[in-house]
Structure formats: structure tokens, C-alpha cells
Design a protein. Structure first.
Length: 549
């Protein structure tokens, strides 16, 4: 134990500061704006929503602006000696045929080119948590006696005893091994899977099978109410409620699934919570080399080949104003000030920066925008001398208390992903493990902006040492730890916000200005980004078709 603790307190690494995700600017530039040209559409924001909108506007002249030094927004990948790894979004739900995501992947030639995580995901339990839930595990296995004799089950029992005696913090097992424990929950979630006729689609529409009344009823209560409040369940439609409360292990897995999206049982509504549990806990996830950044890079490459879209990075937009039949978009780029003129604008950047930039929005819309909450996100990538966990997509970390005082518990990892598993084309002897470090609690928002890099790096090192130790791997393999900050990086939907149409009111079009991004839908994932980009493109095409040129 002493040796592991000393390893966790290791000193410095080559990386000495946070990685840059945005361009560098000297601040507001007061010089007169140079003419940046006339366009049909200016898209502000080069994440997946902006890129998707530009992709669907292929017959128009498009200027795409982003303040980052690279496009992709929260879908970014990096490269370590040829190994691609994510520095932001890392996976997506299995694409549903006919969806916007499926359409985009087919357009990009990426359909069925993904890797499925279904049989390659670990659950990494805190040893104490699994010991505490041993009765729950045994009870579930007794319902399926044949499971008790499986070598994997017997092996897990033996390893659990050894880890407890040795004082190892974590123990990992294949996600599928826990199916008997999750049997009741999975049977409940299967009522709502895509194709079952009752999928809790976001944004809500009658076509998903939920009536407006049902959606509002479930959006008015928290996910905790749905699972743990008997009085609440008794007042709900019988066919839409779980029959019993989840046990401790199942509850911990639910909490972990939500935490990776900056959500919590108490804050997320039952309707939105079911969407995430169906897709991320019960459903199959897929990924590409380097995560969602692979899709963003493919989009940028093909947009360049098409030639209808001009992409300009390190461009910070300072004002968007309507002047007669035109929109004027003023932005700073490399210490110069420019103005682009367009017939329409797609705002595909986060809405929390809209006040003070876009002129003429109704006060009610600004108030709705102010009601949208974004949460901070952090990612740590650990560089290794050799591949580790290369046969696994990664694992969810179940256990621990993110609200515990002291240290960096407010920014602890929720999952560990293997870049080597994602990038099967890579064959060299290097490895990268990615730690997802979302900040869930409202009270901890803003701490990331002022966080001490060395402190977070040491905390990430301690976490990865404990994870490697669970697999019998030496911490001497660790070469470096890079950390990316994503302040306000993930929008969160809370109880009652869908019912009140908060996101609908915040995204209302304004005389040729249209909104796209995850905060247009109210959930932070690839599917919502692509969907909002496609919707904005349809709105623009309709608008331009009614305007006299």
C-alpha cells in the first residue's frame, strides 16, 4: 500500500499547463472593420452543429467562423506519435436508421465504420462499494443458478477477496457480467428503446410515442423521484413506472452514467434521465479513432473539397446586427477586425455568450437563454510507454463520493477510455488512457477556470495509478498527463425545462437568424448537435427561398 501511495504522489511531468482549446486574442480591437466579403450565410461556431449546418447548405456561399484554433468544438481529437485520442467528446449512441446522425455518417462514408463498445466495456468498481453490494450481486445470481458456475463469476469473487486483502482501491469486470444485477432495470428501460414505440426523444415530438401530457408529467419530477419515491410512482401511469427500487449497485451505475453527462439524480427530470439511461447504460455505444473528433475532421476535409464553405478559425465574433435585408457579422481575427455581410446567420456557438453580441433579440428570449445552464468539463489524457486495456473500449468508474471535501474530488474521473482500442490502425508500442472528468454539482461550477494545473494533474495521476494497480500494471509506464479544460462545455437539462419549453423559447428564429447547438435541444451529445445543425439548415433554406434576391 505504501508503494502505491508514493506512486500517487509522484512529482512533475513534461506537461506543465492546461492544453489550449481556443485561439489567443489580445482583446477587443477598436480599429475599423475590413470587408470580409458577402455570403449567403455566416455560421458562427465550428463545432459539430455548425459543421453539420454548413454541410447541409451545400448550394450556398457559407462563411464558418470559430474562435478555436481548430474546428470541432467539443468534438476534438489529438495525436500522440500517430495514436489518435479524444480531448473532448468520445462516443455516440448506436445510430438509428433514418436519424440525422445516420444521414450524416452515410454522407461522410462512415456508416458501419465505427467500433461497437457493447462487448468491450468494463465496469470498474470501488472495491469497498462492490463488497458492500455483494449481497445484491449474490441475490441476483441466485435467480440464475447457471450464472454462479461461470468461470468469470468465480474469478470475480476470488479477485474481490484478493483486492480487499491487498488494499487495492478498484476491481474491474466486464459490463455484461453484471446483467443479472441489472435485469429488472434493463427490462424497464427496454420499454423505451428506439423502435419500441415509446422512446423519450429529445426534443420531444408526438411521433416518439409519448403524449405531451406524459412528457410533461415525467419532466416535472426528478429521476430520483421516479425510482425511489413510492408516492410519486403511484401517481404515474402504471405502464410507465419501474416495479421496484434499484439496489445499491444499480443505483451507483445510474449515478455514474448520469455523472459522465454532468447530470445528477436530483436535478435531471425523469423524462430526460430515461433518455440517457436507455442510450448510455442499456444501449450500445459506438466510436471512431480519436472519438467524435474523427467525424469533425472528416466534415472539415469534405467541406474543403466541396468548396462552397470558407472556414476561418481564431475568429472571435463581437457583434451580429441586422441592417435592412442584411446581417453584419463583426469578428476579430489575428489582431485585425473584419465585417462579413450575409443574408442569413446561423448561431451555432453556445447561447450563454449571446447577450451583448446579437442585437435585437426579444427580452423574453434573452431571459430563456439566461435560464439555460452549462456545466464545466475536464479531460485528462495519460500517455503510457505501452498499451494498457487495449482490448477494452474503457470502463465506467463506480464508487466514491464526488461531494467529499478536500483535494480534487469535485473533478474526479467518471470513466477511463482506451485510445488504443479506438484506433485499431495504430500498432506502435505507445498507449493513451483518457479520463473523463465532468463537474456535476452546481456549487463546483467555475472552479475549473481557476483550478491549479499541478493539483489536477497530481489528482489524475493518483486516479490512474489506482486503476493500473487494479489490473496489475506498474505506474512506471506513465510518461505524461495532459489536461484539457472545457468551461461551460456541456449543457444540462433540469426538471421542468422541457415542460416549460425553455429551449424552444431560447431558440426562436429572428428575421433570418437561426440557432443551432446542443443548448438548442437541451442535451449535450453528438446526436443533439447534429440534429440542431440540420434543423437550422432547413430553416435557412426555407428563409432564403422567401427572400427576394
Amino acid at each position: 500500500m505504501k508503494q502505491r501511495q508514493e506512486a500517487g504522489n509522484r512529482g512533475s511531468f513534461p506537461s506543465g499547463d492546461f492544453e489550449e482549446t481556443l485561439g489567443r486574442f489580445r482583446g477587443q480591437i477598436d480599429e475599423p472593420a475590413e470587408n470580409a466579403g458577402d455570403y449567403d450565410i455566416v455560421v458562427v461556431g465550428g463545432g459539430l452543429s455548425g459543421l453539420s449546418a454548413a454541410w447541409k447548405l451545400e448550394v450556398q456561399r457559407v462563411l464558418l467562423l470559430d474562435e478555436g484554433n481548430r474546428f470541432g468544438g467539443n468534438a476534438r481529437l489529438e495525436n500522440h506519435q500517430g495514436l489518435r485520442y479524444p480531448s473532448a467528446g468520445s462516443c455516440l449512441q448506436y445510430p438509428v436508421a433514418g436519424s440525422e446522425t445516420a444521414d450524416l455518417l452515410q454522407d461522410l462514408g462512415l456508416w458501419d465504420q465505427w467500433q461497437s463498445t457493447d462487448a468491450h466495456t468494463l465496469v470498474i468498481f470501488e472495491t469497498k462499494r462492490l463488497l458492500k453490494g455483494l449481497g445484491e450481486l449474490t441475490s441476483a445470481l441466485l435467480k440464475h443458478p447457471s450464472q454462479m458456475l461461470r468461470p468469470q463469476v468465480l474469478g470475480l469473487t476470488g479477485r474481490l477477496i484478493k483486492h480487499a486483502i491487498a488494499g487495492k482501491k478498484y476491481i474491474s469486470t466486464n459490463k455484461k457480467l453484471g446483467d443479472p444485477v441489472f435485469e429488472d432495470l434493463f427490462a424497464y428501460l427496454d420499454r423505451f428503446k428506439p423502435g419500441a414505440g415509446k422512446f423519450p426523444e429529445l426534443p420531444w415530438s408526438e411521433a416518439c410515442g409519448w403524449s405531451r401530457e406524459e412528457m410533461e408529467t415525467f419532466d416535472a419530477i426528478s429521476l430520483r423521484d421516479l425510482f425511489f419515491d413510492q408516492a410519486v410512482r403511484e401517481a404515474l401511469p402504471e405502464g410507465l413506472v419501474p416495479h421496484r427500487e434499484p439496489g445499491d449497485l444499480v443505483s451507483a451505475a445510474i449515478e455514474t452514467t448520469l455523472r459522465t453527462e454532468c447530470l445528477s439524480l436530483d436535478e435531471v427530470s425523469a423524462y430526460v434521465g430515461l433518455y440517457f439511461l436507455v442510450g448510455y447504460l442499456r444501449g450500445t455505444l459506438v466510436t471512431f479513432p480519436g472519438g467524435n473528433g474523427y467525424i469533425a475532421e472528416r466534415l472539415c476535409h469534405l467541406l474543403g473539397e466541396r468548396g462552397h464553405c470558407t472556414l476561418r478559425g481564431e475568429a472571435r465574433v463581437s457583434s451580429v446586427t441586422r441592417n435592412g435585408q442584411e446581417w453584419h457579422v463583426v469578428f476579430e481575427h489575428r489582431d485585425k477586425r473584419y465585417q462579413a455581410t450575409a443574408r442569413s446567420v446561423v448561431w451555432a456557438a453556445p447561447k450563454h455568450v449571446v447577450p451583448g453580441i446579437i442585437a435585437g433579440l426579444p427580452q423574453s428570449q434573452l431571459e430563456a437563454i439566461g435560464g439555460i445552464e452549462h456545466r464545466d468539463y475536464c479531460m485528462a489524457n495519460v500517455f503510457l510507454k505501452d498499451p494498457v486495456l487495449a482490448e477494452h473500449f474503457g470502463g465506467y468508474l463506480v464508487g466514491g463520493d464526488p461531494s467529499a471535501p478536500g483535494g480534487s474530488a469535485w473533478c474526479r474521473s467518471g470513466a477511463c477510455l482506451s485510445a488504443n482500442w479506438m484506433d485499431k490502425d495504430f500498432s506502435k508500442e505507445q498507449g493513451v488512457l483518457t479520463l473523463l472528468k465532468p463537474i456535476t454539482g452546481r456549487r463546483d461550477q467555475g472552479r475549473l477556470a481557476d483550478a491549479d494545473f499541478q493539483g489536477l494533474q497530481r489528482a489524475a495521476h493518483q486516479e490512474i495509478v489506482e486503476l493500473l494497480d487494479a489490473h496489475g500494471v506498474s505506474a512506471d509506464l506513465i510518461e505524461d498527463i495532459k489536461i484539457w479544460r472545457w468551461p461551460h462545455g456541456l449543457v444540462v437539462s433540469k426538471v421542468g425545462q422541457l415542460k416549460s419549453d425553455l429551449f424552444v423559447r431560447a431558440s426562436g428564429p429572428c428575421d433570418g437568424l437561426f440557432f443551432a447547438n446542443q443548448d438548442t435541444v437541451g442535451i449535450g451529445n453528438l446526436e443533439s448537435a447534429v440534429r440542431s445543425g440540420y434543423l437550422a439548415a432547413r430553416q435557412v433554406r426555407s428563409f432564403l427561398g422567401t427572400v427576394q434576391v
